[in-house]
Design a protein around this ligand. Structure first.
Ligand code: PMP
Ligand code: GLN
Length: 380
């Protein structure tokens, strides 16, 4: 029988990390920190294990953890989710996204995807039997933007859901108040649901605020919001995240979740619940990463790379067209193999590989790592 995902190979992140390791390149490709987390965090998990939190938690997650998450969302975005019926802990954002799609999308339903898009979205839509409908972001003078008129024009009677991601991987775009106004207007008289991937919620720079859909009740009422502790606490390998949504939507989510993973490991939930009582780590994150962004950008300012704006996330995209006319994947391979710095081709975030001469670097790295990469890149 035919493959269910015939167009899918190995994800670009695995491919580039393997090449970076083989060539001993500085890995600015796959998005993960090369420094460790706050030791208080593993200490809290170890303590949870020693205290006997080692059996199944409730299906939606450890209760005190869901309560902490509800309190945090209410405090920063103003929307009160009920921890009992509106919050579910997931095995990272990736599982949350797939579960949302499996729960909501019927065979033949259309799902609007704004490209470039994180690479799990389209295969997840296809596994759910959905049909992705693509709208491309526009790259102009001031970086990337979402053409809302095209989003509106892509809606049909079959549109079930819109995938949204802000702060945006790979472009570093963040939704503005005017984007929110446009989106609100577009969906107002429809039954379209929104899946809002906000895993980089605490990485927004230059004093801007993160426009979580949880700040906008009219949108929140039709939305699943996804986040992940991997990004916020420098533990991408822990794979613990959550999904929040109004009770009726969450009830559908949990029907799938309980037979997909049933639940997520207990001691990490207990440890994270304890650790997140202190808001300082996420409140300090924008300044922490803004400094790294600026260090990386300053280092490349005089180079032949053209730096695109980076308003959020830990990714910096650059236009390399003054250096090479290779397609993005070939350029990223060359950069890794010959120059010793791994990057991710932005074309990997498009279904029909679109060549814009842009690659993405991850700056969630020690200063020394960034400086080594800068020395190599600036010489090009
Ligand atoms: N969404 C986006 C936009 C991401 O960048 C990532 C991390 N690569 C994920 C989802 C997946 O997050 P997790 O590792 O928690 O599954
Ligand atoms: N989200 C990370 C990135 O964009 C990688 C996640 C993964 O390796 N699947 O680089």
């Amino acid at each position: 029988p035919a493959s269910k995902l015939s167009e899918v190979g190995t994800t670009i992140f695995s491919v580039m990390s393997a090449l970076a390791a083989e060539k001993k390149a500085v890995n600015l490709g796959q998005g993960f920190p090369d420094f460790d987390c706050d030791p208080a965090l593993p200490a809290a998990v170890t303590q949870a294990m020693a205290a006997g939190h080692n059996q199944y938690p409730p299906m939606p997650g450890v209760a005190i953890f869901r309560e902490q998450i509800a309190a945090k969302i209410a405090a920063i975005y103003g929307y009160q989710y009920d921890p009992a019926s509106e919050i579910t802990i997931t095995a990272g954002a990736t599982q949350g996204i797939l579960t949302i799609l499996l729960a909501c999308v019927h065979a033949g339903d259309e799902v609007i995807v704004i490209e470039p898009a994180y690479d799990s979205y389209v295969p997840s839509i296809r596994l759910a039997g959905g049909v992705p409908v693509f709208v491309s972001m526009e790259l102009g003078e001031h970086g990337y933007s979402i053409p809302w008129d095209k989003v509106r024009a892509s809606i049909t009677g079959k549109t079930r859901l819109l995938m949204l991601n802000s702060p945006h991987n790979p472009t570093g775009f963040v939704l503005s108040a005017s984007d929110i106004a446009a989106l609100t207007d577009i969906v107002r008289d429809t039954r379209i649901l929104i899946a809002s991937d906000e895993v980089y919620e605490h990485m927004v720079y230059d004093g801007q605020r993160h426009e979580s859909l949880a700040r906008h009740p009219e949108l929140a009422q039709r939305s699943y919001i996804i986040s992940s502790f991997g990004k916020t606490y420098h533990v991408t390998g822990w794979k613990v995240g959550y999904v929040v949504a109004p009770a009726a939507l969450m009830a559908e989510f949990r029907k799938v979740h309980q037979f997909n993973v049933f639940t997520v490991n207990t001691p990490m939930q207990v440890g994270l619940a304890q650790y997140m009582q202190n808001p300082a780590p996420y409140l300090e994150l924008p300044a922490f990463y803004q400094r790294k962004r600026d260090l990386f950008r300053d280092g490349l300012q005089q180079s032949r790379f053209r730096l695109l704006p980076c308003a959020g996330t830990y990714f910096q995209s650059v236009d390399y067209s003054a250096i090479s006319d290779l397609p993005e994947l070939d350029f990223a391979r060359w950069l890794t193999s010959e120059i010793g710095v791994a990057a991710i081709p932005v074309s990997a975030f498009y279904q029909q590989a679109k060549e814009s001469g842009v690659v993405r670097f991850c700056f969630a790295k020690q200063d020394a790592t960034l400086e080594t990469a800068i020395a190599r890149l600036a010489a090009l």
